[in-house]
Design a binder for this molecule. Structure first.
Ligand SMILES: [Zn+2]
Ligand SMILES: [Zn+2]
Length: 388
């Protein structure tokens, strides 16, 4: 069946590296999801009305919420692809996250309504009617969701899509929910016990859990997350590949959605190279980054003194003190300004968020240690929090 769908709807189905082909797979997956879920919703809503069971109705809305998510993903994908314009020079990539957030809020609200109705059925039970056709609908529904799980897993692995693999897992958990509903109906039929309200609460819990997870997934990229470690390493390697560059720091990656990245970083160059030559190298690196990572890149040049004995010694001393204070700490942009009575050591100190010491305590310690080693050295420290 999966093979049949792929052959029927996807041209050049083996050209998986092609962006357009991958997009076609994604669209087909979404369309199959919407079609199946709306059918399941209609079937279960009918069964819910026929039997009067809130658990079946809740399960129907569980499938409707899946259909809504798929629709938003497809529409959001289209809107996010709209090119940048005068009012939105960063493009429209984040629409995908915003639409996802709206849908997850709607799902949460729906889950809460189902929870309320189910609780109501526990305190004021109403008669439910056993209908063989509703059992048939539930069994078919479980089978369809099993197939959807396998389908999404297969296509998800084929095009390596996290979203489709997540849908596969979600379909499996829907199987469990529907099995519980089926079990509740069978208990009613054969033991004469009405557990409809309790099963309804269970299904409402499923719906709310899914909504909560989806909200979390879309909120993070909206607030801005740290970039992938591999991406940062790739950027560093690309920049350091140039002989002139002796160090990189202060990398910031802004992500405005797929294909809309802005990168800025500081590149350290020896203080005595020709400024025109250095600028030329920097421009070339910006150009390379732009093409390799499909981004805008801005590089700030930091001159470093590499051939002064006293500066080198002072920097090594400060680096040692900083590492003693905390192995996760690092410094950059080190300069020494010599004066009549004392020398100023000016540098930036990077304190990562995972460091549990107080920033004030760290700087006080470093200042004190530096003065203990060399009485005429003053530390001028600027504290950076890491963006990577
Ligand atoms: Zn710098
Ligand atoms: Zn320039």
């Amino acid at each position: 069946m999966t093979e049949l769908l792929i052959s029927a709807f996807i041209k050049n189905k083996d050209d998986l590296k092609n962006h357009k082909v991958r997009q076609a797979y994604g669209t087909m997956g979404g369309a199959v999801g919407i079609f199946c879920n709306i059918l399941l919703f209609a079937g279960k809503l009918t069964a819910g009305i026929l039997t009067g069971a809130i658990s079946i109705t809740a399960d129907a809305f569980n499938n409707l919420s899946d259909a809504a998510s798929s629709i938003i993903t497809l529409v959001g994908f289209r809107m996010a692809g709209r090119p940048a314009d005068k009012n939105h020079p960063f493009g429209h990539g984040r629409i995908e996250y915003i639409s996802g957030l709206l849908v997850s809020l709607a799902i949460l609200l729906m889950g809460f309504e189902l929870l309320k109705s189910s609780a109501d059925k526990i305190f004021r039970p109403e008669d439910i009617v056993f209908r063989p056709v509703s059992i048939g609908i539930l069994i078919v529904s479980i089978l369809v969701k099993f197939w959807m799980s396998a389908f999404n897993k297969k296509v998800g692995n084929l095009i390596d899509s996290e979203a489709m693999k997540a849908t596969a897992t979600d379909s499996l958990s829907d199987c469990i929910a529907t099995t519980a509903v089926l079990g509740g109906m069978l208990i009613f039929k054969f033991a004469g016990i009405n557990v409809d309200g309790y099963v309804g609460i269970l299904v409402a819990g499923f719906v709310m859990w899914a909504g909560f997870g989806a909200a979390k997934d879309t909120l993070s990229p909206l607030l801005g997350t740290a970039p992938d470690v591999e991406l940062v390493e790739d950027i560093q390697n690309e920049v350091l590949d140039n002989e002139l560059i002796v160090g990189v720091h202060d990398i910031i990656v802004h992500d405005y959605g797929p294909g809309r990245r802005m990168i800025s970083l500081h590149a350290e160059v020896p203080y005595n190279v020709d400024i025109l030559e250095a600028h030329d190298v920097i421009d070339n690196i910006e150009y390379h980054l732009m093409h390799k990572f499909n981004c805008d890149a801005t590089i700030h040049m930091d001159p470093v003194v590499t051939d002064d004995e006293e500066t080198n010694e002072a920097r090594m001393m400060v680096e040692k003190i900083v590492k003693e204070c905390g192995p996760e700490l690092s410094i950059h942009d080190f300069r020494m300004v010599e004066g009549k009575t004392h020398n100023n050591l000016i540098f930036d100190l990077v304190v990562p968020y995972e460091c549990d010491q107080e920033v004030g305590d760290i700087t006080t310690y470093i200042r004190k240690e530096i003065r203990r080693h060399r009485e005429n050295y003053f530390a001028v420290i600027k504290v950076d929090r890491s963006y990577i």
